[in-house]
Design a binder for this molecule. Structure first.
Ligand SMILES: [Zn+2]
Length: 287
């Protein structure tokens, strides 16, 4: 019987994730450095969930990015509680089980950004090891946001210590600077409307984006999803994009080792470049 991750190791890229036979034996972990990172990849996460994969979301508590006027509308709540509330509402609408949504507190510096310290590493490692995921979804580390970069580094250090094979799905979002598109999930306007409803639960972020960028959070995400779909010429108006990274675990068998090497040397960038910069090399080790 084929290993449940074999398709991801053996398929030429970019892989259309709708064609992947995700096994219900798998466990997927979503790591959200902020409330709303989950929703930016919601179409893919729903696809995985509907295949029977166990889905757990670890969301880092954050109170950043809540406009003062918006916070004043809910004086009994802290900005952190407002954002947690928004994520809970969105995940309920998504269909995530209540006990599958976990909020975590991490040490932050005086500017509110995550610290790359041993306490934060230990916290993240504890939860990743607890769930022993086969698939992990999180924002790409080549990103302008320092907390996204920090979470990526903490996660990669954790992943290299895991005792089983795992695939990381590094998600493209509006702040991603460069990405090699190894996998994508195309979607139509009906699914875009569903995804927009989820994103609009993050009202604090919607209005911050309207004020600072003159577009809602949903439009900001969709601009990236449209650009991805155009670059891939996938025949759909939108697509979520991921770079895959394979962590074989210490007891990798031949399949996983050869598969990872194949991915590292055989992956091609999207048919149109996502940026002017060269595609990211197959990442191994810490940045
Ligand atoms: Zn984020």
């Amino acid at each position: 019987m084929a290993h449940p991750l074999a398709y991801l190791f053996e398929s030429p890229s970019p892989i259309n994730l709708r064609h992947v036979p995700f096994s219900p034996d798998l466990t997927a972990l979503v790591i959200g450095p902020h409330p709303d990172d989950f929703d930016a990849m919601a179409v893919t996460l729903r696809l995985v969930l509907h295949r029977g994969v166990s889905l757990v979301a670890l969301i880092f508590r954050a109170g950043s990015g809540v406009p003062a006027w918006f916070a004043s509308l809910r004086p009994a709540m802290t900005p952190t509680a407002i954002r947690e509330d928004e994520q809970r509402a969105s995940c309920e609408a998504f269909g995530l089980a209540e006990d599958a949504l976990i909020f975590l507190d991490f040490d932050r510096d005086p500017y509110g950004e995550l610290r790359e310290d041993s306490a934060n590493f230990d916290r993240l490692a504890h939860f990743v090891r607890q769930f022993q995921p086969d698939l992990v979804f999180l924002p790409h580390g080549e990103d302008t946001h320092p907390t996204h970069r920090c979470v990526a580094r903490l996660f990669r250090r954790t992943a290299e210590t895991l005792q089983r094979p795992m695939v990381a799905f590094w998600s493209r979002d509006p702040k991603t600077q460069r990405i090699r598109v190894d996998a994508f999930t195309p979607f139509d306007t009906g699914e875009a409307e569903w995804k927009a409803r989820l994103l609009r639960f993050h009202a604090s972020q919607h209005w911050r984006n309207v004020e600072t960028r003159r577009m809602g959070l949903d439009e900001r995400i969709f601009s990236v999803n449209r650009q991805t779909a155009r670059a891939l010429k996938c025949g759909f108006p939108y697509a979520e994009a991921f770079e895959l990274e394979f962590f074989p675990g210490p007891s990798a068998n031949g399949l996983l080792t050869s598969g990872r090497e194949a991915a590292g040397h055989g992956v091609q960038p999207a048919s149109e470049p996502m940026s002017d910069r060269p595609p990211l090399r197959h990442a191994e080790g810490s940045e």
